[in-house]
Design a protein around this ligand. Structure first.
Ligand code: CAA
Length: 258
């Protein structure tokens, strides 16, 4: 397996576990980390044996943001001309599921990366925030949009304007995270959740991901229509026949991914 400078990548049967690994910078997201993460996600998406991914950080920080030291001296021409952060759009094009397992700080780009994943499992130590305002800027990796979708305008606006952090309990109440887990169990729990997803019919997993994500891009009527068409399409898959036959015959399904 490829060696990375900023990531540790492990395959746990059908689950790809990616650990952000720049401890000296609290996993700040620099250009090298983005390039390596995109490489991992492309390989994950292309590997039929891999069915779910988990991205985690350290107990202290999932990621403390985009790398401030890397951006500090950049000017408008470099940012705009280079379309800085546009590479993160490629991350969101991953078709297979990705779980963010967040302990400690998920700030700025760290919070934004967690929100780009399909759902967030939070350790009881997790802290979420968009503190860019304190640096004289704004979120730049989708935070203003995804946070507003996740927690509503009031909390998103307050967090972006004050830079205050949200703890795990508030984040769960607000709908930002799916579940809170004791910090010591976070990664094991996330891997177990990922293994559950990895045990589902692969095409149906992708279809579920695609249609839930469509809820953020489409109006209700269009989204319901999109869901129905994908649902109809699954009746052309062998796994739909297998899943329903297994239920009727009271046995476990044997998915083929076809
Ligand atoms: N970029 C670069 N380096 C960072 C970093 C970041 N986002 N966050 C932390 N570091 C570095 C620190 O500079 C420090 O390095 P040195 O030892 O070389 O000084 C090291 O990580 C440890 O950090 P601290 O000493 O600050 O640790 P702490 O425990 O005292 O504080 C913290 C932790 C509250 C998370 C604090 O590090 C912090 O506020 N970090 C910045 C958070 C932030 O503003 N994030 C937004 C970045 S901009 C962004 O993300 C834009 C976007 O939308 C994409």
């Amino acid at each position: 397996m490829t060696d990375y400078n900023t990531l540790i990548v492990e395959r746990r049967e059908a689950v790809t576990l990616v650990t952000l690994n720049r401890p000296q910078a609290l996993n700040a997201l620099n250009a090298e980390l983005l390039a390596e993460l995109l490489d991992v996600m492309r390989a994950y998406d292309a590997d039929p044996e891999q069915r779910c991914a988990v991205i985690t950080g350290s107990p202290k920080a999932f990621a403390a943001g985009a790398d401030i030291k890397e951006m500090q001296e950049m000017d408008f021409a470099a940012m705009y001309g280079g379309n800085h952060f546009a590479g993160w759009d490629d991350f969101t094009r991953t078709r297979k599921p990705i779980i963010a397992a967040v302990a400690g700080y998920a700030l700025g780009g760290g919070c934004e990366l967690a929100m780009m994943c399909d759902f967030i499992l939070a350790a009881d130590t997790a802290k979420f925030g968009q503190p860019e305002i304190k640096l004289g800027v704004t979120p730049g990796m989708g935070g203003s949009q995804r946070l507003a979708h996740a927690v509503g305008k009031a909390k998103a606006m307050e967090m972006c304007l004050t830079g205050r952090m949200m703890d795990a309990e508030e984040a769960e109440r607000a709908g930002l995270v799916a579940r809170i887990i004791p910090a010591a169990d976070l990664v094991e729990d996330a891997l177990k959740t990922a293994a559950t997803i990895a045990g589902m019919a692969p095409i149906a997993v992708r279809a579920n991901k695609e249609m839930v994500n469509a809820a953020f891009d489409m109006g209700l009527a269009q989204g319901v229509q999109f869901e129905r068409r994908l649902f109809h399409g699954l009746f052309g898959s062998a796994d739909q026949k297998e899943g329903m036959a297994a239920f009727v015959e009271k046995r476990a399904p044997n998915w083929t991914g076809k």
